[in-house]
Design a protein around this ligand. Structure first.
Ligand code: ADP
Ligand code: MG
Length: 361
């Protein structure tokens, strides 16, 4: 744990925390040989951490770390709106009605985003790029005050998921509106996690925890045979506290979205970086977070954002009807209230049993 270098990392007692979610590691006096050191670095404006229970023979930690960096570089080269030469930036600047050849991975993520957009009835929309930029949440940097109604309206007119065409053979994207801009930031971290999970499995690693900025995916068990434990943070603006510990009794991904960390304030109003494409404005802050468990992290990440846009009532209803495992945490004054969908409660209960009984494989 002493290898953490990021100043945002907070260590309350025996709990190690990074933004939003965290893998928990309780100190034990004796037991099996220690696991390999975590692999850490920076990506997508945040910190990544990869923990493996053991390394296959012939694979060094340094070689694995290099492969991880290379894979993350590939993801960013395709999907980062913070890079002018990324595939997505070229598409955003490019002309309408012309197919642009892109990588099949980018096409897959765009398709995943479009599917969540449809299922969330437009609350999630990967064509929000111009609106996100207008509110100052993109690469251009923060604003001091909200944009004018005319600027918002102008940005909103460029949001149209149905004006984005995607094809796989050969992989390419086309926009029917010249101003349409794709923003994959709401699922890119989750996708990065999935890419690293695939990389680890291809290297013969079956027991791991991959974490990019609090979006995680686990497989198998920790080095001592116990389940991976994920700390879900309380939505606090300052300081970090664990609200809930989730035992990963099954292989799964967990992602969290919240309006409590990334926002700007003007005239007493707080503007969060998640925007509602239907109104053109950022979701209003009630100090809340949404965590979603899914098989893959792209899905978990996308839905966490989608449910944040929908809010605790409509979001809860939709998540329940879709069979999604979601946890809503709200702050009401000094107290925090939680609401789990039935699917989340099931995961949570199974995880609690696994933690309490200390089941090992
Ligand atoms: P974080 O990056 O803090 O984990 P999210 O995963 O929720 O948060 O992603 C937030 C980003 O998603 C925003 O910075 C913006 O680029 C993009 N975004 C904002 N609103 C929407 C929306 N309604 N649909 C899709 N993407 C959005
Ligand atoms: Mg997200």
């Amino acid at each position: 744990m002493s290898t953490f270098s990021d100043p945002r990392i907070y260590l309350p007692g025996s709990l190690a925390s990074i933004p939003a979610l965290l893998g928990l590691f309780l100190a034990t006096g004796c037991g099996p040989a220690p696991p390999p050191a975590p692999i850490q670095g920076n990506t997508m404006g945040t910190v990544y951490t990869i923990r493996v229970a053991s390394l296959p023979a012939g694979l060094s930690l340094a070689a694995l770390a290099r492969d991880i960096e290379t894979e993350l570089e590939r993801v960013n080269a395709a999907m980062s709106t913070y890079r002018e030469d990324s595939e997505i930036s070229r598409f955003n600047r490019g002309p309408a009605d012309t197919w642009l050849r892109v990588s099949p991975e980018l096409v897959a993520v765009v398709m995943a985003g479009q599917a969540i957009g449809e299922a969330s009835q437009g609350a999630f929309n990967i064509t929000v790029g111009k609106l996100v930029r207008t509110w100052g949440f993109g690469p251009a940097g923060q604003r001091e005050a909200p944009p004018s109604p005319a600027a918002i309206q102008n940005a909103q007119s460029a949001i149209k998921a149905s004006a984005l065409q995607v094809r796989l053979e050969p992989p390419a994207l086309l926009k029917e509106l010249p101003d349409l801009e794709i923003d994959l930031s709401a699922i890119a971290k989750g996708h990065g996690v999935d890419r690293l999970a695939t990389l680890l499995e291809a290297a013969g690693i079956d027991n791991y925890l991959v974490d990019i900025g609090g979006d995680l995916r686990t497989r198998g068990r920790r080095h001592d045979g116990t389940v991976w434990r994920i700390g879900i943070e309380r939505p606090l603006i300052s300081g970090r506290q664990v609200q809930q510990v989730l035992g990963m009794s099954q292989d799964a991904a967990v992602a969290t979205s919240g309006d409590y960390r990334n926002f700007f304030e003007a005239d007493g109003e707080r503007y969060a970086h998640i925007v509602d494409p239907r109104t053109g404005t950022p979701v209003t802050s009630k100090l809340s977070s949404v965590s979603v468990i899914a098989d893959d992290c792209t899905t978990a990440d996308g839905w966490a954002t989608a449910l944040t846009v929908m809010g605790p009532e409509a979001g809860y209803e939709l998540a329940t009807s879709q069979g999604l495992a979601a946890l809503f945490i709200r702050r009401d004054g000094e107290t925090f209230s939680e609401r789990m969908t039935p699917a989340f409660r099931e995961h949570f209960a199974a995880g609690q049993i696994a933690i309490q009984t200390g089941i090992t494989q």
